[in-house]
Design a protein. Structure first.
Length: 246
């Protein structure tokens, strides 16, 4: 790379790391020490459950997914702070009108929004995959999904505080926000298209436009909260295995 490319990349990564610190998006490996936590809490189960290296693979996959989600979230914050295009409502002799022309900052923002939603969905399925190694609910890994595995563990873990926390998360945020949004992105339309269509439908209504803009602008903070929930989910998963698997 040329000197200016190196400097541009360095500057970009510096901004990302500033956001990591400002929003407490910790590195789960270097700052959270989760490799040691996995070893301390479930490492003694390796002789029995690490068949074909499945414990090693799922642990690596989980932590890498958290790491990548952290990076995507930081990019939504960076682009949001750079200034997204507002939904402008004007007025002519014929009545009110909206005006929204997405710019590069908007399209990149929604790119990372979609990426975060996909990674959040994938993370919780990875949680289910790791739990399934030890609780052995599903014989075929292809049949393991977070929501269904939680339901099948209710009879065994319904009185455990960590499990109840995961179950509550599954029934609200995971089902109504993360998975619902993931289905839209995968099967129907990107977030960029969703917001443009919503704008087109609401451009004549000032209050609805403001609500739409607020919903968009609150996504980075929502993702920050979800990142903290991911880390909490790792702790709850490890506690369940340590407490109930011998």
């Amino acid at each position: 790379m040329s000197t200016w490319q190196v400097e541009a990349l360095k500057s970009y990564l510096e901004q990302i790391h500033i956001i990591f610190k400002r929003y407490s998006l910790i590195n789960v490996i270097e700052e959270g020490h989760y490799i040691k936590k996995f070893a301390d809490q479930v490492g003694h189960l390796r002789p029995q459950y690490n068949k074909n290296g499945q414990m090693d693979f799922q642990e690596e996959d989980l932590l890498l997914l958290v790491h990548e989600t952290r990076f995507a979230i930081a990019n939504t914050i960076l682009l949001w702070e750079a200034g997204l295009t507002p939904f402008i409502l004007g007025r002519t002799d014929y009545g009110p009108f909206g005006q929204y022309f997405p710019k590069e900052v908007d399209t990149r923002f929604f790119f990372f929004v979609d990426d975060v939603f996909m990674r959040l969905y994938n993370f919780w399925n990875r949680i289910a995959n790791f739990l399934n190694i030890f609780f052995q609910i599903e014989k075929n890994p292809k049949n393991v999904y977070f929501a269904s595995l939680m339901d099948k563990l209710v009879s065994r873990l319904q009185h455990d505080q960590n499990f109840c926390s995961l179950l509550k998360f599954k029934e609200v945020e995971y089902r109504d926000i993360i998975n619902k949004k993931r289905r839209v992105v995968v099967h129907r339309e990107s977030s960029s298209a969703t917001y443009f269509i919503s704008f087109s439908e609401k451009f004549h209504n000032h209050d609805e436009l403001l609500n739409l803009q607020q919903e968009r602008d609150e996504l980075p903070q929502f993702f920050v909260a979800q990142y903290q929930r991911m880390i909490q989910g790792l702790d709850e998963m490890l506690a369940l295995i340590k407490g109930y698997v011998k």
